[in-house]
Write a new protein. Sequence first.
Length: 187
Amino acid sequence: MARPQLPSLNARIRMKKRTQLGLTPQATPSRGEIVEVHERPTPFAVEASPSEMLRVPVLAEGADPGKIAPSPLAIRDRLLVDRRLVADHAPERLFAYDVTLATMKHLRGVASPGDRIVFRRGGRAAPDRVCAVRTSEGIVLARVLFKGSALLLLPGEGERDFESVAVDGLKALPGVIAGTHVLLIRR
């Protein structure tokens, strides 16, 4: 008695896929035939809502974003940002700066001229996060480290000198840090 010939592994996989797509062996399409496949939602799929675009104010170099809202004179542009990129942050707490050659002292290796950095008011300062720091010269963009009664502005790549801003304790830190970065947009 001869053994029945089983289809090859590839043929069985193709047959399984066709069955999952709702194609029966009789309804198998020929090579040139166009088949309409209806996508079935999977139970774990998340429905994506239409994206909401936010208009984030881009401030002039060194301009302070203020505690509640930036001065209208400080706003140089508006940046359209997809809401999903700044997920949990309230739109009214967001602001941005352009990275320029003059602001590169503390940003070398992190950002380049022409990039835009979106910040949120407040946030946790950490060496891996760019902060907008209030200094006597205005806002300075830098990675920071809190040490005792000083906020150290870390040098950028190739720089040697740290700068420091006096802080009257940990509770005064939110008054010195205007914002922490949420999004870096490279150009």
